[in-house]
Design a protein around this ligand. Structure first.
Ligand code: ADP
Ligand code: MG
Length: 644
């Protein structure tokens, strides 16, 4: 197959597929470090051979067929630091970061394979001694390029940096001013995983950034063991936050929060190590175990990310701090470059093969890069307006500052500007805090509104249920001389199904079907039951049934006193009982029926309902008592309920 692109040429050949939203594979570049003097003295032969610019052949020491691995670029031990920088296409990543993307470069491989060397060059030769420019790693070269690049941009760019290490599963700020202490890793929907209270330092020059790098490097924990004189004992993450204020972007809302914009993160992983090979004991062994555990978690996440079903499967990013902080780079919205480092030594072959296998699998992981303005993280309208107001205020203050600047005579000028800047900063801080307070207030208002809505819904259901039960309990007005069957208006099943029934022989006050008695003295023994209306009706005719013709087989039965007692109990129960909100909605009824009875979905005004219901129930009771008088009383059962 044709080998495209050259590590020495323009880096645009890799990372071309980085447009927003599309699946972008992780780019992998392989670097083979040269034989060390110790290895050469031992007379070791390299087991690795580069074939072309993208393929590596591995020859097993005991003979056997070669194994080939293909990567975006393969760089042998003869390649310079500049070659590596160009081959990795880091400038392209920098451009994407300037456009608002989140980009990550991370080195991966066995301890002593050259990860730290690739990123930052050889270990410092003395306190504060900078690395020779020809040996400077990817990080220093990127810094130089970036600081030069921002000089030529039309819009101003704000650059900030943070630097942390993960040591023994704890996050430490390498730029902290106070005494070092472990920091918590948090997660929010908008930001993903982040380190709380991490110092983020604004810088304006290459020198300032280099100083920050030196500060971090000197604080980072390293130790000496058999395979590496200056072995990193922690994973280190240096992040450059790049913000370019545009009309669409919003400034940071919290002083501890990095600005909205692009990110360029360099991750120098501590190398995996075989404790037996490195001779680690005591603290070194504890560190090695912790490093190996987090690398194992990383390997596990990489394996799962390769799963074709990964959309459904859970990726355990929470298993370690390292995987939490790399979650976005590996499976999220970032653009990622992995530099896999291997040693040519035959002694290291098992670890080398393992690194090669992981690296070649990692090439199949894809991310979905997302630019700075995602609709998902758009601030709410109110906050947006507030932010605009802050921006306007800021502009106004800057203008005032400029005017003061021109008016001041030379000597006191510096102090004056510093004072004004401090005040401007203080005011901005206040605005930001106020903004945060307003956001909180808005959140509280929203949640109380939601609560009120939920309460209203429950009330509506209760009223709904009461009305339904009332309807079931009330005799209906007569039309002419023939009583109207309420079951024509309301399905009989719902009339008989409520309230819970039992086997006692009582009547439904509506249709005189045999029903349970909820006031029965033996009600503890009752079984819940729903009677079939047809079956029940065959037992006793409903009260609205027309009077039987002479000679009819089933003469109508009179209502007994207990029927009306039952109605009273029902009414009491309806007024006192708490109704479950799971009652089914009523079917559509006549247009003059109340909205709730017609099964309307809106939330009605409930205020007059309980009163109406109480009146209806009282009328029902009153009517019931009159009806229970001996035959001869001429009033029909529905007359007192015209409002029912
Ligand atoms: P790692 O970070 O992977 O544990 P280091 O970067 O510390 O390994 O490298 C181990 C040793 O090998 C260091 O002394 C380093 O200077 C040396 N080294 C690594 N890569 C190269 C290289 N490409 N050229 C020269 N020396 C290298
Ligand atoms: Mg290292």
């Amino acid at each position: 197959m044709e080998e495209r692109g050259s590590p020495d040429g323009d880096p645009a050949w890799n990372l071309e597929q980085g447009p927003e939203g599309s699946e972008t594979p992780i780019q992998v570049v392989l670097r083979v470090r040269p034989m060390s003097t110790v290895e050469l003295r031992r007379g070791e032969q390299s087991a690795l051979h580069c074939s072309g610019t993208r393929t590596l052949q591995v020859s097993p020491p005991g003979g056997g067929p070669d194994v080939a691995f293909r990567f975006g670029a393969v760089l042998d031990g003869a390649r310079t630091q500049e070659d590596v920088f160009r081959a990795c296409g880091v400038k392209r990543l920098g451009e994407l970061a300037l456009r608002g993307f989140s980009c990550t470069v991370f080195t991966f491989g066995q301890t002593g394979s050259g990860k730290t060397y690739t990123l930052t060059g050889p270990p410092p030769q003395g306190e504060g001694v900078p690395v020779h420019p020809s040996l400077a790693g990817i990080m220093q070269r990127t810094f130089t390029w970036l600081l030069d690049r921002v000089q030529h941009l039309d819009s101003p760019v704000t650059l900030r940096a943070s630097y942390l290490e993960i040591y023994n599963e704890q996050v430490w700020d390498l730029l902290s001013l106070g005494s070092p202490r472990p920091l918590p890793v948090r997660w929010t929907k908008a930001r993903g995983f982040y380190v709380e209270q991490l110092r983020v330092v604004e810088f304006g020059s290459l020198e300032a950034l280099m100083e920050l790098l030196q500060m971090g490097l000197s604080r980072r924990r390293s130790s000496s063991h058999t395979l590496n004189q200056a072995s990193s004992r922690s994973h280190a993450l240096l992040t450059l936050h790049i913000s370019r204020p545009t009309s669409q972007q919003v400034p940071p809302v919290d002083l501890g929060e990095p600005p909205v914009g692009g990110k360029l993160c360099f991750v120098d992983l501590a190398g995996s190590e075989k404790v037996a090979a490195t001779g680690s004991r005591g603290q070194l062994m504890l560190e090695a175990n912790s490093i190996n555990r987090s690398l194992l978690a990383l390997g596990h996440c990489i394996s799962l990310l390769l799963d074709p079903q990964r959309k459904q499967s859970h990726i355990p990013f929470r298993d370690s701090k390292l995987t939490k902080l790399l979650a976005d780079s590996l499976g999220g919205r970032g653009v990622t470059l992995m530099v896999a480092c291997v040693s040519p030594s035959a002694q290291c072959l098992p670890e080398t093969l393992s690194t090669l296998r992981y690296a070649s699998r990692a090439q199949r992981i894809t991310t979905r890069p997302q630019g700075p303005k995602s609709p998902g993280v758009k601030p709410p309208q109110q906050a947006e307006a507030e932010l605009l107001r802050l921006q306007e205020e800021n502009r106004h203050l800057r203008l005032q500052l400029d005017q003061m600047h021109t008016r001041e005579p030379g000597g006191a000028h510096g102090a004056r500007v510093a004072w004004a800047q401090r005040n401007l900063y203080g005011m901005l801080q206040e605005f930001m805090l106020e903004n945060e307070r307003l956001r909180k207030e808005m959140r509280q208002l929203r949640s109380s509104r939601d609560l009120a809505r939920a309460e209203q819904r429950v009330l509506a259901q209760q009223v709904h249920e009461l009305e339904r039960r009332l309807l079931s309990a009330c005799p209906f007005p007569q039309q002419g001389s023939t009583p109207v069957c309420p079951c024509r208006m309301v399905p009989a099943a719902s009339c008989h199904a409520l309230p819970p029934l039992c086997y006692c022989h009582h009547l439904c006050p509506l249709c005189r079907v045999s029903l349970a008695h909820w006031a029965c003295p033996r009600r503890e023994c009752h079984m819940p039951q729903v009677l079939e209306p047809e079956v029940s009706q065959s037992v006793r005719p409903p009260p609205w049934a027309p009077p039987p013709r002479p000679g009819s087989a089933n003469p109508p039965q009179e209502r007994s006193q207990s029927d009306w007692t039952q109605t009273r109990v029902l009414a009491e129960m309806l007024m006192g009982e708490e109704v479950l909100p799971s009652a089914p909605p009523l079917p559509a009824g006549p247009s003059n029926m109340p909205h709730v009875l017609r099964g309307g979905s809106g939330i009605p005004n409930l205020t007059p309902r309980p009163e109406t219901l109480t009146q209806q129930i009282s009328s029902s009771l009153h009517l019931g008592q009159r009806q229970s008088q001996p035959i001869g009383d001429t009033q029909s059962p529905g007359q007192g309920l015209s409002s029912c």
